[in-house]
Design a protein around this ligand. Structure first.
Ligand code: ADE
Length: 226
């Protein structure tokens, strides 16, 4: 998979890809991340990428020209399945969306800034708009990092134990069951006996029951039919 990220602040985005699982995924050649600084596509001498709103109003708007120039150049080089715009008024990211995107070959992610992008970018250039939740960040970069992390860990070969992504919360619309490690007792707080019993089938049944119970208690909305 190849991900091209368009941003005015590439420095804000580098560190998530320089540590741990994402770093290893890149080193293994399972994913390529390319940053594009929007200022490099500015059409004027001041490297300007934003301007005042037509009609007045507080806040600057990201101009269409540098964005379209950058995306058009990339699209001449290869086919992209999606041009994703990170924005708080997009569709909220879910595990289902992350699964779907993890199967794509090439995607572009556009990070918004200031008040956002000129509406014509959204109508004519962007193919999908994603939010990471009902709150406003100061830019799309951290949201893009969240999306990339959720997607990249699902690419086959990225996690060392492939089954671990399958047992994450939200796969099957259930929260994950509780997990424990040594010691079996700490300050009198005990690990459930069943987990120490060695009965694989019973342990599996217990985990399923716990997953359902936790989901009913904490996130009943996940159990409703879609
Ligand atoms: N940009 C600013 N806030 C955002 C959010 N919640 N999700 C995605 N992009 C954003």
């Amino acid at each position: 998979m190849r991900i091209d990220i368009i941003t005015v602040l590439p420095e804000l985005l580098r560190s998530p890809f320089e540590a741990s699982i994402l770093k290893r995924a890149i080193e293994k050649g399972l994913v390529e991340i390319h940053f594009h600084n929007l200022r490099d596509y500015s059409t004027n001498n001041y490297k300007q990428v934003d301007d005042y709103q037509f009609g007045g109003g507080a806040g600057m708007v990201m101009m269409i020209e540098p964005i379209d120039a950058c995306i058009s150049k990339l699209q001449l080089e290869r086919d992209y399945r999606e041009v994703i715009y990170m924005t708080p008024d997009g569709t909220t990211l879910t595990q289902t969306t992350a699964n779907e995107i993890s199967l794509m070959e090439n995607i572009i992610i556009l990070c918004g800034h200031y008040k956002g992008v000129d509406q014509r970018v959204r109508e004519h250039v962007v193919t999908r708009e994603i939010s990471i939740g009902d709150f406003v960040l100061s830019g799309g970069e951290l949201a893009a990092a969240v999306l990339c992390d959720a997607v990249i860990r699902l690419i086959p070969g990225v996690l060392s134990n492939e089954t671990s992504a399958l047992t994450d919360s939200f796969q099957d619309n259930l929260l994950a069951p509780p997990i424990y490690t040594r010691p079996a007792e700490y300050k009198g707080w005990k690990v459930p006996d069943i987990l120490l019993s060695g009965h694989t089938a019973k342990i599996e049944a217990w985990r399923e029951e716990q997953a359902l119970k936790r989901t009913q208690e904490l996130r009943p909305d996940l159990l409703k039919d879609e």
